[in-house]
Design a protein around this ligand. Structure first.
Ligand code: KE4
Length: 423
């Protein structure tokens, strides 16, 4: 008999492309079908068939405090009772902006938007408007949302020649997008030697988390800061994932790098639709209506989203990130040991409250290395963990997330499940 999730997925596929509102949720990469979620609480999810899971996806990052956290929930309910959208400024927009600026010294001004995609799209337009240049450097395997300029794939042989990564993006749109392998500072320097005076910005995930978890090698971020500063290009840190997760001051606080612009999403909305971009005031003041670079949004600064984000950051600023990192690291190392005892090639990357199991024994510092991992082993791992109530990202190119709500029992349950996986 079909489960309720399967029934709903069949209905959804008639009504919504692929049955989902975002592709990765369809579980295509692991030849599975999605569980339809009825509710979440703390570190757990409950699907429409009553199954309970330990959640290591956390809505792809936002739920660092866990699901239905009391203070966040109350803030949203109270805000809703005052109306759901005004299309006019509200006090919480000022308060949340101030909180973001206080958390990150590089951010002197910030503009709220409704998603990470809007944040990176707007930051790129601002960088181009501010510098008067058009080229963008991004890294193969880094994801910055689905705005056209970022959907570039490595071209024919020449690593830096871009072609559209998807139908619907005209060649001309990605002609200004230059590509380099992540962690390859020499490739970036070559791009600047050739195109430096035309490059508006370099955008980078300071810790890559969309090819699984690939930290920057020592000197990589520092080198990007140096080469952009010397050529008059802007350095954009895409902290949609790392913001308020790698530390309360994001990756830039952890690595001591000062980008010119930073993009945010996920955690700063506490699970509601929020993105943001911010940085040096002399750059941000070019944004309309103060400046001439146009950017807008009906629901930007939405009062419910601001309330959720504010309640989240108020709690995070007193959370012990070091303790969460230590607990995540202990779990990741134990998971690696458990899987290694099964004779499969395995390494589990971890930093802060993130982790990714790679089924490979070779060094992994860029997307090409990730592509060499054993996808079949990952799929086996994913499916058998999910059957045992452990909810992992349905793709080897995503990153596991841990919340402040995860308990020792959650980690123990996940490790017991891993011990039972048969490859
Ligand atoms: P959104 O438009 O999905 O809010 O954010 C785009 C984005 C920008 N920058 C980074 C570094 C991101 O990771 C993302 C979105 N992350 C993915 C998960 N890795 C979203 C999940 C999905 O697409 O459903």
């Amino acid at each position: 008999m079909a489960s309720r999730s399967e029934e709903l997925f069949a209905q959804a596929r008639e009504l919504i492309p692929g049955g989902v509102n975002s592709p990765v949720r369809a579980c295509h990469n692991v030849h599975s079908t999605p569980a339809f979620i009825a509710r979440g609480k703390g570190s757990h999810l409950f699907d429409v068939d009553g199954r309970e899971y330990v959640d290591f996806v956390l809505s792809w990052g936002p739920m660092i405090l866990g699901h239905a956290q009391e203070d966040v929930t109350r803030a949203v309910v109270d805000a809703a009772a005052r109306g759901t959208s005004y299309g006019a400024p509200c006090e919480d927009e000022v308060t949340l902006a101030r909180k973001v600026i206080e958390a990150l010294p590089s951010v002197e001004m910030v503009r709220m938007v409704n998603s990470g995609t809007e944040a990176t799209m707007s930051a790129l337009r601002l960088a181009r408007g501010y510098t008067g240049r058009s080229k963008l450097v991004k890294f193969v395997g880094c994801y910055h949302g689905h705005a056209d300029p970022f959907l570039a794939a490595a071209g024919s042989g020449v690593a830096t020649f871009s072609i559209p990564g998807t139908p619907g993006v005209p060649d001309v749109v990605v002609a200004d997008t230059l590509l380099a392998p992540y962690n390859d500072l020499e490739a970036v320097r070559e791009l600047f030697a050739r195109e430096g005076e035309n490059i508006a910005a370099v955008i980078v995930e300071p810790v890559a988390a969309n090819m699984g978890l690939v930290p920057p090698v020592p000197g990589f971020l520092e080198g990007l800061r140096e080469v952009t500063a010397s050529c008059g290009a802007l350095l954009i840190f895409d902290e949609v994932i790392t913001g308020f997760r790698l530390s309360y001051a994001g990756a830039q606080g952890r690595y001591g790098i000062t980008p010119d612009l930073t993009t945010f999403g996920k955690i700063i909305g506490g699970g509601l639709p929020v993105g943001a971009f911010g940085g040096r005031a002399d750059i941000m003041r070019h944004i309309a209506p103060e400046g001439e670079v146009y950017q807008a949004g009906t629901l930007s600064g939405n009062p419910l989203a601001m309330a959720a984000g504010l309640a989240t950051l108020k709690l995070l600023e007193v959370c012990d990130y070091d303790a969460l990192e230590a607990r995540t690291a202990a779990f990741a190392h134990e998971l690696e040991s458990v899987l290694r005892e099964k004779g499969v090639p395995i390494q589990v990357h971890t930093i802060a409250s993130m982790f990714t199991p790679y089924f490979s024994s070779k060094p992994i510092t860029c997307f090409a290395d990730v592509q060499g991992c054993d996808q079949a082993l990952f799929e086996t791992f994913y499916r058998q963990m999910r059957e045992q109530g452990i909810y992992l990202a349905p793709s080897a190119f995503e990153t596991g997330m841990v919340s402040f709500a995860h308990t020792d029992e959650d980690f123990a349950r996940a490790l017991e499940a891993a011990k039972k996986v048969v490859f």
